[in-house]
Design a binder for this molecule. Structure first.
Ligand code: IMP
Ligand code: MG
Length: 186
């Protein structure tokens, strides 16, 4: 990370550089493209707000006709081991019945958020639901029934920011994934 960056003092370590991110996203785009039929009706569902940058770059690497939709959810309470109940802040605009849903998420941590989103979307009778997550912290998984179909990088149990991921809404615009200095959040 360059000293000129305004967040230079806050980042302990860059764990995934911009180059590695973009290379892996191109590979994910190819994996995803190969897993569907070109005539499948696919809707990419971005989980706001963290997955915005990932979805924007990933979609350009998916060689299929897709549509975009957006969903904003928040966990009840602040606890990291919440009940897994999520509140819908913004629901999908599109009807997903008989359509192939590809959920695009920034990071899978406990898995509770995605489990709840998937269960809820299943009740709307989509043709299929798949998950692509940029980052995965497998050590933290509480919800064992949920797994990503496509995963960019497995990372250790550290709090990361950048490329869409925030701490208190900051750092989303960093072009790489970095570990936040512990003194900033502990
Ligand atoms: P979970 O899988 O339900 O525990 O929650 C996943 C959500 O928690 C993600 O969508 C992120 O918003 C947030 N999250 C988990 N780990 C991190 C992190 O290291 N940095 C920033 N946000 C995180
Ligand atoms: Mg999120």
């Amino acid at each position: 990370m360059k000293k000129e960056n305004i967040f230079y003092e806050d980042i302990a370590e860059v764990i995934i550089s911009e180059e590695r991110l973009q290379k892996r996203i191109r590979e994910l785009g190819e994996e995803i493209s190969a897993s569907y039929n070109p005539d499948d009706d696919i809707v990419m569902v971005c989980i706001l707000r963290g997955a915005v940058l990932f979805m924007a770059d990933l979609a350009r690497c998916v060689n299929l006709p897709v549509t975009f939709d957006f969903m904003d959810v928040s966990s009840y309470g602040e606890s990291t081991t919440s009940s897994g109940m999520v509140r819908i802040i913004k629901d999908l605009e599109e009807n997903i019945e008989n359509r192939h849903v590809l959920i695009v998420e920034d990071i899978m941590d406990t898995g509770l958020t995605l489990k709840h989103v998937v269960d809820m979307l299943k009740t709307r009778n989509p043709a299929s639901i798949k998950i692509v997550t940029l980052l995965d912290k497998p050590e933290r998984r509480v919800e064992k029934q949920i797994n990503a179909d496509f995963n960019g990088f497995e990372i250790p149990d550290k709090f990361v920011v950048g490329y869409g991921l925030d701490f208190a809404e900051k750092y989303r615009n960093l072009p790489f994934i970095g570990v936040l200095k512990e003194e900033l959040y502990s």
